[in-house]
Design a protein around this ligand. Structure first.
Ligand code: NCD
Length: 310
């Protein structure tokens, strides 16, 4: 049985096959409409989410399966003091696969060790968000044709943004990727990621000005300042509008630069940018459903060609 805790849990070849399956699903929706008949997905969300939870649910419903779960820790037995290990043992009796989001780093991993069904980490604190990364990679690969040879700017909250942490690690496995980290001093990328980049000899620069570098980017990954992970409101208020991507800034970017954002957006991308053909964030949300469909099929062994069996 396989789980998904980090994007590195799947080899590059397994990811290629997963993305091919996702693209096939995109083109032939009907072919998969009953692929999960009789199967149930549990969504255990201990932290608020709209799109990740709903995209998991949409993915399972599109496959003909059922969904159950909770969207808030206060609605679950966690409020009575139940551990995630006990919760997953019980959920294993009610469902075939579980997507879990938790504010504590490592909680889905603890659950996976006790689980009788595959567990997917749907975001653990500021740590990892592997299914968002699969979404990001599928979007880049589908719209740009490959996952190699790009200069990627990651902009905003690089300290607390788990989508950024997962994406960087996943991209380290592809050729010719250069990173430009664009953040205020207080929200710089964590040292442990910088050490990984240094160890692997990957090219990166850290800057505070988006204007200075936007013209050199192939992909711009914008992120929200993660209000819920700040220790005080004052710092959040000071930093929340540090970057706002506007039409004017887009005029300095390459004609084929792609703008991604895991969403939800707050102020960091002005709505006037939405009509720009380079804005790919709503398409990205759609790819998130296809990739989660492919993932559910693979982890349930209903697409045995994707994951290598031990
Ligand atoms: C992200 C998350 O939850 O980390 N959202 C998402 O999954 N689509 C990004 C965010 O909340 O800013």
């Amino acid at each position: 049985m396989r789980h998904l805790m980090s994007p590195l849990d799947f080899s590059v070849d397994e990811l290629e096959r997963l993305f091919n399956l996702a693209n096939d699903i995109e083109k032939n929706r009907e072919k998969y409409a009953h692929a999960c008949d009789g199967k149930t997905l549990a969504t255990c969300f201990y932290e608020p989410s709209t799109r990740t939870r709903l995209s998991f649910e949409a993915a399972m419903l599109n496959l003909g399966g059922n969904v159950l779960g909770f969207s808030d820790a206060s609605n679950s037995s966690a409020a009575k003091g139940e551990s995630v290990s006990d919760t997953i043992r019980v959920i294993s009796c009610y469902s075939d696969i579980c997507a879990m989001r938790h504010p504590k780093e490592g909680a889905p991993m603890v659950a996976a060790t006790k689980s009788l069904i595959p567990v997917i980490n749907a975001g653990d604190g500021g740590h990892q968000h592997p299914t968002q990364t699969l979404t990001d990679l599928l979007t880049i690969r589908s719209l740009k044709g490959s996952l190699s040879n790009y200069t990627i700017g990651l902009c905003g909250d690089l300290k607390f943004g788990r989508t950024v942490h997962s994406l960087i690690r996943a991209l380290l496995r592809y050729e010719g990727i250069k990173f430009i980290f664009i953040s205020p001093e207080e929200l710089r990328i964590p040292d442990y990621i910088i050490s990984e980049l240094n160890d692997k000899g990957v090219e990166y620069t850290e800057v505070t000005s988006l204007d200075e570098v936007i013209g050199s980017l192939d992909i711009l990954y914008m992120t929200r300042v993660q209000k819920e992970r700040f220790f005080n409101e004052e710092d959040y208020v000071r930093l929340k509008d540090f970057y706002i991507l506007t039409k004017e800034k887009m005029s300095m970017a390459k004609e084929n630069m792609m703008v991604l954002h895991p969403l939800p957006r707050v102020n960091e991308i002005s709505v006037e940018v939405d009509d720009d053909p380079r804005a790919a964030y709503f398409k990205q949300a759609q790819y998130g459903v296809y990739v989660r469909m492919a993932l559910i099929l693979s982890l349930l062994n209903l697409a045995p060609e994707v994951l290598t069996q031990d």
